[in-house]
Write a protein that binds this ligand. Structure first.
Ligand SMILES: Cc1cc2nc3c(=O)[nH]c(=O)nc-3n(C[C@H](O)[C@H](O)[C@H](O)COP(=O)(O)OP(=O)(O)OC[C@H]3O[C@@H](n4cnc5c(N)ncnc54)[C@H](O)[C@@H]3O)c2cc1C
Length: 421
């Protein structure tokens, strides 16, 4: 079977998008809005890639593969949500304040980042940290060299480092401070503090599938995009400087000169298909744990809370589902799911004020959740353009200037679409 290329003047060109994660879906949206005929081919049975959700039969609940927080600083992602009319599918956390708990000392505090003012008012400071210390940290970060790690520029492990810099580094960059790029951390802090609204936060009411992926798929259907799951690209043929042939598990397509291809797979798969362009990157794991107790959590328990000095880092609460994220989770990859769940549940009980025996739970360990945001990896990130005239890259690993994240996936998809002639 071969694709027939449309000859209608309304759709002068065709694009094949390989991968139905957020970067591929965004690229498809932007191309289809321009009247280009788009086919998306997704290898797995589901859409959304690392941002997928599913109904877990053991928990009888919809769960996300990864807990993601939508921030005001994620401008392109937020714009997408608004374009899709999907804002009402999120809880908007007002006021934008972030509760924290030190699980060793059982001390609680709130951070209220309010743009650049936070640098002067201390609203973004944890207990034990001082304004001069914060100003000095900001200065050090802003002057960090390209090769410096976060740990390199913070030799003193004070309260500011333990309770703000290191946890923020692990969650924003999914990399331990000893390996993480100080430059990239500086960019992330800057994005969060630039505008008063940057630290506003949204959490999906039900799941990321419901809040973003389904509305995006609905719009793509409306625009006439062909969406196919369980179709894996096996090989990509390059001839005379352009992509000429796609061989999938169930069909093959010979490409006309007017046809473009956007490779929107994860980086390891892009490297398998295009080793001369996509470098070998290193990866970092994230653990997500979901707990469903029989009784609902107290209604005044926080919807979202950060933990320090424990295993869990962020706890997201829905009606009677608590979901926990542990970034840069190397220390836990060899733990049994039961042992990890038992330890983390104790911390969740403290965080949400809900003491109960370990309930039904699900542990998801993604060993290649994102690339490791080290100075070396950042130097290797490829741009969306390739040496081949009709072939482009999309994905969180491309050179977006951001850590691996949903915002980066949106930016990369839109950039790749803009490059398609
Ligand atoms: C556990 C976890 C927690 C996270 N937490 C956050 C967070 O809090 N905030 C944040 O912003 N980001 C977070 N991220 C990162 C975020 O999910 C990713 O950056 C983003 O989803 C990447 O999108 P993508 O389109 O680049 O890649 P992917 O989502 O990986 O999509 C690639 C798609 O390509 C498909 N594919 C692969 N090979 C082929 C092939 N040969 N043929 C066809 N299709 C193929 C895959 O099945 C997949 O669907 C988290 C990630 C994980 C795993």
């Amino acid at each position: 079977m071969a694709f027939s290329e449309p000859s209608s003047p309304i759709r002068p060109t065709t694009a094949h998008i390989i991968g139905g994660g957020l970067s591929g879906l965004c690229a498809a949206l932007r191309l289809a809005e321009r009247g280009i005929g788009v086919h998306i081919h997704e290898a797995s049975p589901h859409w959304g890639g690392r941002c997928r959700s599913w109904h877990d039969t053991q928990l009888n609940a919809e769960i996300d593969n990864g807990n993601h927080l939508l921030l005001g600083a994620n401008r392109r992602l937020l714009a997408l949500v608004r374009t899709l009319g999907a804002e009402q599918r999120f809880h908007h956390l007002r006021p934008a304040s972030f509760p924290f708990l030190d699980v060793q000392r059982l001390r609680r505090w709130q951070l209220r980042p309010r743009g650049l003012l936070s640098l002067f008012t201390g609203a973004a400071l944890p207990p034990g940290a001082t304004l001069p210390g914060f100003a000095l940290a900001a200065l050090r970060l802003s002057r960090a060299s390209e090769s410096a790690t976060v740990a390199d520029i913070f030799p003193v492990r004070d309260a500011l480092y333990q309770r703000l810099i290191a946890p923020f580094c692990r969650s924003a960059l999914n990399t331990q401070p000893e390996a993480a790029s100080a430059r990239l951390l500086a960019n992330s802090f800057r994005a969060l503090l630039t505008h008063r609204s940057s630290a506003e936060a949204w959490i999906p009411t039900l799941s990321w599938r419901d809040a973003l992926i389904d509305p995006l798929l609905a719009r793509l259907h409306e625009l006439g995009v062909t969406l196919t799951t369980r179709r894996r690209l096996e090989t990509l043929t390059i001839t005379s400087g352009r992509a000429t042939h796609l061989a999938f598990n169930d069909l093959s397509a010979t490409l006309t000169p007017e046809t473009s291809v956007i490779l929107a797979t994860p980086p390891w798969e892009a490297r398998r298909l295009l080793p001369e362009v996509v470098p070998e990157l290193s990866y970092s794991p994230i653990a997500n744990l979901h707990f469903k107790p029989d009784e609902a959590f107290p209604v005044d328990a926080p919807r979202f809370i950060g933990l320090v000095n424990g295993a869990a880092e962020w706890v997201f609460r829905r009606e009677n589902l608590a979901s926990v994220t542990i970034s840069a989770a190397h220390a836990f990859t060899h733990d049994s799911p039961e042992a990890l769940a038992g330890r983390v549940w104790g911390e969740v009980c403290h965080a949400l004020g809900h003491i109960a025996p370990l309930p039904a739970h699900r542990v998801i360990m993604e060993t290649r959740a994102t690339f490791a945001a080290t100075p070396e990896t950042l130097r290797l990130r490829p741009s969306s353009a390739t040496p081949f005239s009709n072939l482009f890259l999309a994905g969180d690993y491309t050179a977006t200037g951001l850590p691996a994240c949903l915002e980066g996936a949106v930016i990369s998809g839109e950039s790749a679409a803009a490059l398609c002639a």
